[in-house]
Each structure stands twice: as C-alpha cells, then as structure tokens.
Design a protein around this ligand. Structure first.
Ligand code: PBG
Length: 322
C-alpha cells in the first residue's frame, strides 16, 4: 500500500497539523432573549441553560461572555401580549424594551457587536413576521414597517441588522432606508434561505411569538427546495446584503455549501432552537456525550459557514470544548 491515510491520524500532533477547520470564539454570534422587569432570569423550558434576561441581568450576561472572548450577540425581545398590535408599533418605541436593551448594551460595552432582529412577530398580535390583511401576510406594506424598525434599531446602536421575515425586496428597501437616515455603515445580515421549519418551536416558546393562525409557509421556504436558495441569495446580493444566512443549520448543510460555492459574501448559519433542544435533551438523558455539541458546530463550519449563530456559543467556550 502506497497510500495509508491512517499515517496522518497516528498522533494528536499530526492530527492537529492536518486539521482542515477550526472553531474560534470569533465564529460565533450568541442569541439572547430579553424580558421586561428587574433582576429577571427565567429559563426557557425547552432550552435548558438558556434564559430570558431583564436588561440589568442582560448586561451581566454580556459581560461574562465578553470575558470568554464571545463578542457578538443577537438580541430578541419577549413582549407582553398587551403591547402587541397589528402593525408592530412597539418595535419603534424608543422607551420600549428592545430599543432600551440595545442602547444599554452598546453604552456599557461599545466593543460588543450587536445584531438585531427585524421581523414583526415578537410585536405582532397576529404572531406573523409580516402585516396581516384578511388572513393574508401582505408583502409590500410590510416593507415600510420593517424599514422603520431597522432605522430605530440602528439609531439605538445596532451594528448589524438581521431581517428574519422573508418578505420579498426587504433587503433593498431596508438598505435604502438605513442609507437615507445616515446609517450607511450599519450592515445587513439577511436571513437569505430561511426555511419553514418545525425546528423553531422552542424559540417561539421563549418569545411567546407563535403565529395565532396558520403557518409561515407563504413566506419561509419549503424544506424540500435547494435551488430556490440560489434565487433568494442572488436577490440579497443585488439588494446590498453584507452576509447571507442559512437557517436552520445542521439539517441544511447542503444549502450552506451551495451558497458558499456560489457567492462571495460571508455565509452565516443559524443553529436554531430546536437543534439546540434536541442535543441538550439527549445529553440530559445520558444518551449523548457533551462532545456532540462541538462536533455539530464543527460540521456547520466545515460545510462552509463563516459565522455560526448558536445557543451553544457560551458553553463551548466556558467548558473549553473547542
Ligand atoms: C422570527 C424568528 C424566528 C427565529 C429567529 N427569528 C422564528 C420564526 O421564524 O418563527 C428562530 C430562531 C430559533 O429557532 O432559534 N422572525
């Protein structure tokens, strides 16, 4: 045998020497859930180890992440039902929970990178990402709402705006609104290929944001489709996106690879709540070892993700699993 691939696996030193991919703290964006009040820290039942924080505790959490080298955060608000309405008006309330939280983090930790979520669902009495008229999620009227939300978040200090709504044309519309309001340096991380997935269940529990009727299939993509992701990605590039995101991640590695091979923008992958819950539940039961977590993240990176949004970000650094 001339070729013995095992020679390159014979010792730890050589394995490390030939290792093709590495995970670093700088690869990660850590999603954080926010609730109103003081000294609040409530665990999400379906996401053990993940909490909703009031702003005071959010600052402590961000501080402890920064100490681990984890510097990027994606914030999501959990709002009381009484604050929700048809047009998501709470999303532009400067005194509201979300914009206050962004400002507080940015003021206390200017070195942190704040990613903010743009979609109507946490603020909408219909629980949909777009405006609902006669039972339909209407596209074009939603764009203005999303753009106002984006400008308000940029004003509060967002570094990267991440539209997760999947309306057509929103990246270009938001880009123009940001530029017109003096925020040409605020980036857009587009949820480019976001699928209508059952793996978002625990997230909707965390935010109490599940749709009040129907599902999200008229705007989020069909899990059966691959080539359609190319259409979405080409549009986002044309409209001025700075990052292309694939979501979910582990069951959509082919989509990550497809976008990586066809586009030059950085590719982000969202390792979603259901993917987190699955692994954590199996570990809790003793059916899987903790090592499954770093392996899963490495596979997302190997598939082509430059950036990984994951609820595991803090624990892998804290426990030195990477
Ligand atoms: C909402 C949004 C969702 C997620 C991020 N932004 C849920 C949805 O589309 O219903 C899911 C994140 C996760 O499951 O971790 N616009």
């Amino acid at each position: 045998m001339l070729q013995r691939p095992r020679r390159n696996r014979k010792s730890e030193v050589i394995r490390e020497m030939v290792q093709e991919n590495h995970l670093h703290a700088s690869d990660f964006i850590f999603p954080l859930f926010i609730i109103d009040g003081n000294k609040q820290k409530t665990e999400v039942a379906s996401m053990p180890g993940i909490f909703r924080y009031s702003i005071d505790n959010l600052l402590l959490e961000v501080e402890s992440c920064l100490k681990l080298g984890l510097k990027s955060f994606d914030l999501f608000p959990n709002l009381e039902e009484s604050l929700k309405d048809k047009t998501a008006s709470e999303s532009v309330n400067e005194k509201g929970l979300y914009l206050r939280a962004i400002k507080a983090v940015k003021q206390n930790f200017p070195e942190a990178c704040i990613v903010t979520d743009v979609a109507m669902d946490p603020y909408s009495s219909d629980g949909h990402d777009g405006l609902v008229e006669n039972g339909e999620i209407v596209n074009d009227k939603t764009l203005k709402i999303l753009a106002d939300m984006s400008v308000a978040q940029a004003k509060a200090g967002a570094d990267i705006i991440a539209p997760s709504d999947m309306m057509d044309g929103r990246v270009g519309y938001i880009r123009e609104a940001l530029d017109q309001n003096g925020f040409s340096n605020v980036s857009i991380m587009s949820y480019t290929a976001k699928y209508a997935s059952a793996f978002y269940g625990p997230f909707r529990d965390a935010l109490n944001s599940a749709p009040k009727f129907g599902d999200k299939k008229t705007y989020q993509m069909n899990p059966a489709n691959q080539r359609e992701a190319l259409i979405e990605a080409a549009l986002d590039v044309q409209e001025g996106a700075d990052f292309l995101m694939v979501k979910p991640a582990t069951t959509y590695l082919d989509i990550i690879k497809l976008l990586k091979d066809n586009f030059d923008l950085p590719i982000a992958a969202y390792n979603v709540s259901g993917e987190y819950a699955m692994v954590k539940a199996a570990i809790e039961k003793g059916w899987l070892d903790n090592r499954a977590i770093a392996e899963k993240l490495m596979c997302i990176k190997r598939a082509g993700a430059d950036v990984i949004l994951t609820y595991h970000a803090k624990e892998v650094l804290e426990n030195k699993w990477i």
